[in-house]
Write a protein that binds this ligand. Sequence first.
Ligand code: CP3
Length: 354
Amino acid sequence: MRTLDNDRFLRALKRQPVDYTPTWMMRQAGRYLPEYRESRKKARDFMALCRNPELCCEVTLQPLARYGLDAAILFSDILTIPDAMGLGLRFVEGEGPVFDRPVRDERAIAQLPVPDPNVELRYVMDAVTTIRAALGNRLPLIGFSGSPWTLATYMVEGAGGSDFVTIKRMGYDAPELLDSLLAKLAASVSLYLEAQLAAGADALMVFDTWGGVLAPDDYLRFSLQPMAKIVAHLKRVAPEVPVILFTKNGGQHLEAMADTGCDALGLDWTTDLGAARARVGSRVALQGNLDPAWLFAGPAKIEAAVARTLASYGPGPGHVFNLGHGILPTTPPEHAAAMIEAVRRLSPAYHRAD
Ligand code: CP3
């Protein structure tokens, strides 16, 4: 493994001692930053930005220049895989992602290719390489993918943000068909994440944004089981690389998630951090979990919320501070600074060796 100047994030994921609680923010490079909005104008649209390794690198570094963050995250999107499968991805202003050719039947699923990450997704690997070179050995770089279930929701529904009736009907009427789509996605994600490691990522995170909309037994079959296959693959090819699983609204599944053999679980704010630690803290590190809406409160209130989050986890290693979901586009950037500075100031008390 690479020797890094700042390895607090990687140490915390392995539940090793650190001097303060490492911090990063989901969507830390994004629209709340004026410098991101400037860079974004240089690209024709959002996917053109993702396809340009130099611009990806530029925006990845922007939050690191502003804040004392302990990790960088690759600037890309989870929908790169379905795009590479040929579904015709477009981001419609004000509506979010849309696929021109959703997959809804056996034929469409059977015809889906498993993309070669070094061919169809070469632009992502080039971004990782470019960012790695720019970071040098300063900070760890997080690679990521969407979970098979979360990718499938967009691929089958054809767009985001619905009641998920189309994909749920497939899961109820033809569960083996949905299993076959998820198996293809699990294979694609495994190769994609492995390639990101080879290109220079230090840790990997799987975003399961929509696992929490499933009933518990459906979650285990359609969301967790494909993620478990990915973890098993990564642990086979790169056992030392930390893997983080994040199911939004997945608080009831923490034990089952830890059983996959992953290193850390991301938590949203609806799960109590201290209670989660009591359940699975001897097996995995925990990442989270301040409600991103806290960053609209005043700096003194933000500091108090940070203090409560740190106290909820309690003393000792194994905590990575983060928001419970992505930072919101209208967040005042100086409020993010207040949060990060509060973690830096208040967390050393939880890491004293006595
Ligand atoms: O954290 C980071 O800084 C890394 C970059 C990152 C982006 N998307 C950049 C982005 C990551 C990790 C993602 C993941 C992602 N993308 C998820 C899972 C994340 C989670 O929080 O659970 C999902 C569901 C997507 C799909 C997606 N991409 C949506 C719903 C949108 C928003 C569309 C809109 O118009 O509001 C995107 C676009 C996107 N991805 C933006 C960014 C910064 C904004 C695009 C812009 O600049 O216009």
